[in-house]
Design a protein around this ligand. Structure first.
Ligand code: GDP
Length: 329
């Protein structure tokens, strides 16, 4: 366990800025810690190391387990590293059996990528409710950017709630689908489909290539029926094989054209601004709630006999007592 007293935030920030992956991993561990002392240190590191002029691209990649997310990220990430890019991989997946916070688990999933000097792969935060993981993932993104990573791939599992969270963390949303899994199984609820800027039909190889082609057309037809996106972007539906690394470059070029359009229209900047506001409010709310729950007033309220007759008035009184206790501090 890291001993905060022994950690010098300025030294850690300096190592981070030089792109030291061990320092980056340490800083993320601090940000993910539930100890306030650790979080404060992570905040200090970020304040020193973060360079707002550094431009980055944040991509959320989703799909049900088995759709090939890790294989796709491995292929895309490796290809990007070969183009000289620095790529970080993070995930929001509180329930994943395979992540469980094990570095080895994620490294073997993305073996080729983990050998790249320009890649940083961080396993999912192993526990915690989703909201907490979102905040921690956000700090991890910023720390990766401070360490010079220009492309951040955020993996989420396609089950609903983590996609909403990913929307607040990423610039662009990629949905990975495969043929034969059945739309229901793939969680292609309209909501998730409507979020996708790029739909990628993965495993378009071997005997499956032709079926994947037909499936792409079906998906492309339905995507066109969706209401226009706020960004003005028309969602694209592409084919790829992550195991054979085909179609990967096209996916990237499509993402780049999304970024170019979004930056030109100001949508990119606006979205980042709204995300900053969202996280400010979230952090504020989390802190207020945590402080209240830790207060003696809440403990008394919780232990007092209450029943169905507990009213908003009781809550109001408790909150008034809490505010009064703050004023006395
Ligand atoms: P995840 O659960 O979404 O991360 O999926 P994985 O990346 O672990 O892939 C699930 C399985 O599908 C593995 O056995 C992969 O080898 C396989 N797979 C992934 N991508 C492809 C692909 O493009 N073509 C083929 N044929 N198999 C793939």
């Amino acid at each position: 366990m890291l001993k905060p007293a022994k950690l010098d935030s300025a030294a850690l920030a300096a190592r981070l800025q030089k792109g030291d992956r061990v320092a980056l991993a340490q800083a993320i561990t601090l940000a993910e810690s539930s100890l306030e002392e650790h979080q404060t240190l992570a905040g200090k590191v970020l304040k020193v190391a973060f360079n707002p002029s550094h431009s980055s691209k944040r991509l959320a990649i989703t799909g049900v387990p088995g759709a090939g997310k890790s294989t796709f990220i491995n292929a895309l990430g490796t290809w990007l590293c070969k183009q000289g890019k620095k790529v970080a991989v993070l995930s929001i997946d509180p329930s994943s059996e395979k992540s469980k916070g094990s570095i080895l688990g994620d490294k073997t999933r993305m073996e080729e990528l983990s050998r790249e000097e320009n890649a940083f792969i961080r396993p999912s935060p192993s526990s915690g409710e989703l909201g907490g993981i979102g905040r921690r993932t956000r700090e991890a993104i910023l720390l990766c950017e401070a360490a010079g990573y220009e492309i951040i791939l955020i993996e989420t599992v396609g089950v609903g709630q983590s996609e909403t969270e990913a929307q607040h963390l990423s610039d662009i949303f990629l949905l990975l689908l495969v043929t034969g899994a059945g739309d229901d199984l793939q969680g292609i609820k309209r909501g998730i489909m409507e979020l996708a800027d790029i739909v990628v039909i993965n495993k378009a190889d071997g005997a499956n290539a032709a079926t994947a082609g037909h499936y792409r057309q079906t998906i492309a037809n339905s995507v066109h029926l969706f209401p226009a996106m706020d960004s003005g972007w028309i969602p694209q539906t592409l084919l790829c094989s992550s195991t054979e690394s085909t179609g990967i470059e096209k996916v990237w070029n499509t993402a780049i054209s999304y970024f170019e359009k979004a930056e030109l229209s100001g949508y990119f900047q606006e979205k980042r601004k709204n995300q900053n506001q969202y996280w400010l409010h979230r952090m504020l709310e989390d802190k207020l709630i945590a402080d209240f729950y830790n207060s003696p007033v809440y403990k008394t309220l919780k232990d007092s006999p209450h029943n169905e007759l507990s009213t908003t008035q009781d809550i109001k009184t408790a909150l008034e007592q809490y505010y009064a206790s703050l004023a006395k501090k």
